[in-house]
Design a protein around this ligand. Structure first.
Ligand SMILES: C[S@@+](CC[C@H](N)C(=O)[O-])C[C@H]1O[C@@H](n2cnc3c(N)ncnc32)[C@H](O)[C@@H]1O
Length: 241
């Protein structure tokens, strides 16, 4: 699907306080304009501060709880993609746990974020490219593992992005998806990052529609699971053709 025809109406209006707090930016204008706005947002100060905000919120450390043998296990994977890699927060754990011969690639809309990732990772193991989630420059079934953290909420309609992730994954390949949830804390985060939120059940249905089956839900910790905090985190599998 061409990203230019993504309809802003695809992001549903939420009710109650979540509806009041949630950012309206994704619905305010056509997708190409919104995407330029997001690119500038991350090119600038907001993107620069992601390292700092990650430390304050604990996300820098929590990332390591997800990418490890007992959670999202990348051992044995041959080609791994960090989709919307930002400053490389998740890539560094891919480097730590992937097999030494695994190919690790990251892309992001913002060239400045890619520069920050390169500076931070200082690794010749990772290839970086500027790309849009709705138009990926990779062949079909190229990767056997993909991580996409806090990016999908920057599309008014998640389907084109999810279709691309499903396309580049080989059948049976695994996807770790992290998405801002339609909770009070999620809607406050959406304000800060000018993104939308997702409803867990709706997202699960849409993933199924595009050929990604919900393998299991994950949480940063037992405490996050108990209080249902930290957003939607799921391991999915590309369904066999
Ligand atoms: C909240 S950051 C998350 C970065 C990283 N995945 C992490 O978890 O630390 C969102 C990232 O998605 C990127 N992004 C937003 N829209 C995108 C799109 N349409 N295609 C590719 N990247 C996008 C932004 O530039 C930004 O680096």
């Amino acid at each position: 699907m061409d990203q230019d025809i993504i309809s802003p109406e695809a992001a549903p209006r939420r009710r109650g306080l979540v509806g009041v707090l949630e950012s309206r930016q994704p619905k305010r204008r056509p997708f190409p304009e919104y995407r330029r706005f997001i690119e500038k947002h991350y090119d600038g100060l907001a993107g620069k501060l992601t390292g700092f905000t990650g430390l304050v919120t604990g996300h820098e450390t929590l990332a390591g709880r997800l990418i490890r043998p007992r959670a999202f296990d990348v051992r044995g994977c041959k080609r791994i993609l960090d989709a919307g890699c930002g400053n490389g927060r998740y890539t560094r754990f891919l480097i730590r746990h992937a097999d030494p011969e695994a190919l690790i690639t990251g892309f992001d809309l913002s060239r400045h974020m890619l520069r920050r990732a390169r500076r931070r990772l200082k690794s010749d193991r990772v290839g970086h490219v500027a790309a849009d989630l709705t138009r990926l420059p990779y062949p079909d079934a190229f990767f056997d593992a993909v991580i996409c953290g806090w990016v999908l909420e920057h599309l008014p309609d998640p389907r084109p992005g999810l279709r691309q992730l499903a396309r580049v994954l080989e059948p049976g390949g695994k996807l770790l998806l992290l998405v801002t949830e339609d909770t009070l804390t999620g809607s406050m985060c959406s304000r800060m990052w000018h993104c939308r939120t997702h409803n867990r059940q709706d997202l699960r249905r849409v993933c199924q529609e595009v050929g990604l089956s919900w393998h299991r839900s994950l949480w940063f910790s037992g405490l996050h699971a108990m209080f249902r905090l930290g957003g939607i985190i799921a391991e999915l599998r590309r369904t066999e053709d």
